[in-house]
Design a binder for this molecule. Structure first.
Ligand code: ZN
Length: 387
């Protein structure tokens, strides 16, 4: 497959215009002239100027917690207050839906927004694996100091992989002390990646291996987010959406909010969704569009002159094509005719996002109906319409 005339984001080809040759699951060639000479490869020409970026990495989500929208009755001081507020009815509704169905819904949320890799902060099973997204579960998951009574053991036991923990999620004194408490036990803090870090101080941040920033979730629940402008000097910053019980469904709203905060530059914000998590979590074949990297690629409308500004300014309806490990998993109807010969359209389902029609390789209608059996007032129509 050849993607013609795309403006590339990131990597060594950043800002160049060229053709991408994909063979099997790899990017074989990025060429600024053209790749027309390759035998048997179909070419996809886009109806307008487009950017191509690597499939995004969502460094923090709870895939099973995306069927409901934000739980919030007030602004909270910390995650303990939030977790203990009276959301019993909603929690019951969630747990009534089988875990597997909820995880599939979380996968769908991610692919619609251009993610092809997600770090799941919860249990997972191989049976839940999907071809549209990689769920990265290698890191050791520690929920938090308050809600994981085995945290000390999990921190103390040596691990080859990273550890990920919700930390300093709140604004009060207790949250300011959580890092100190964790660091008393953590012999290998460079292997520890912190999620949220709203009250994290620079001095402690320096000792950890990375921070996953979830600004939308933080501002909803606590009215405040991590001091990224200072912290970014001390540790790598990655981007996470968190689940819809604490944040908006729409990634592009999160991105816009992050951009407006000015905490990261545009390039840093882009990198927090691509190169940085790949470096921190050892996903060496992902995060850039370069020769021999995995062909996880998103093609989206080019709406502004600069490719990174265009990336940050997009919405889900702007996405025209998503390729996961060399296979098309989402397409806009404007490219349907060109790809019909290489996809089995019967496996794709049609949805409407704003005024555009997308085809996604995912059993969406059955999933919606299955979820409704357990949760009859399931509202998803504000995100997309089944076609
Ligand atoms: Zn979380």
């Amino acid at each position: 497959m050849i993607l013609k005339n795309v403006h590339i984001c990131g990597g060594v080809h950043h800002e160049s215009i060229g053709d991408l040759l994909i063979v099997n699951d790899k990017v074989v060639k990025v060429d600024s002239s053209n790749c027309n000479s390759v035998d048997n490869a179909i070419s996809i020409k886009f109806p307008e100027d487009v950017i191509a970026y690597p499939g995004l990495i969502n460094s923090h989500d709870h895939l099973a917690l995306n069927t409901h929208s934000i739980f919030k009755k007030r602004v909270y001081n910390d995650y303990v207050e939030w977790a203990e507020d009276d959301f019993d009815n909603q929690k019951k509704e969630i747990t009534n839906i089988p875990f597997e169905l909820r995880c599939k819904w979380g996968i769908l949320k991610n692919i619609i927004h251009g993610f092809t890799t997600v770090l799941q902060h919860d249990k997972w099973s191989e049976n839940l694996n999907s071809k549209v997204i990689d769920v990265h579960v290698k890191p050791r998951i520690i929920h938090s100091l308050r809600f994981d009574n085995r945290w000390k053991l999990k921190v103390l036991l040596p691990s080859r992989n990273k550890k990920i923990i919700h930390l300093a999620e709140g604004t009060n004194e207790e949250m300011c002390e959580e890092s100190f408490e964790l660091l008393r036990y953590d012999m290998f803090p460079k292997k520890t990646v912190v999620v949220h870090g709203i009250s994290l101080k620079e001095k402690e941040a320096k000792r950890f291996g990375g921070l996953i920033w979830c600004p939308n979730s933080n501002i909803y629940l606590y009215g405040k987010t991590a001091k990224i402008k200072e912290l970014k000097k001390s540790l790598p910053i990655m981007f996470g959406t968190d689940s819809t019980v604490s944040s908006d469904w729409d990634l592009w709203k999160h991105i816009n909010q992050a951009k407006e905060s000015g905490a990261l530059s545009e390039v840093e914000l882009y990198n927090s969704l691509t190169e940085v998590p790949c470096k921190v979590f050892g996903l060496n074949e992902k995060g850039k569009i370069e020769d021999n990297k995995i062909a996880d690629i998103v093609v989206s409308r080019k709406k502004e002159n600069h490719v990174i500004s265009s990336f940050l300014g997009q919405n889900s309806d702007d996405i025209l094509l998503i390729i996961k490990s060399g296979e098309i998993v989402l397409l806009d109807e404007s490219v349907l005719e060109q790809v019909k010969s290489i996809i089995s359209i019967g496996y794709f389902e049609r949805i409407k996002i704003k005024q555009t029609t997308k085809f996604i390789k995912f059993p969406i209608e059955n999933l919606v109906n299955d979820i409704k059996k357990y949760y009859s007032s399931f509202k998803f129509e504000e995100y997309f319409i089944l076609h």
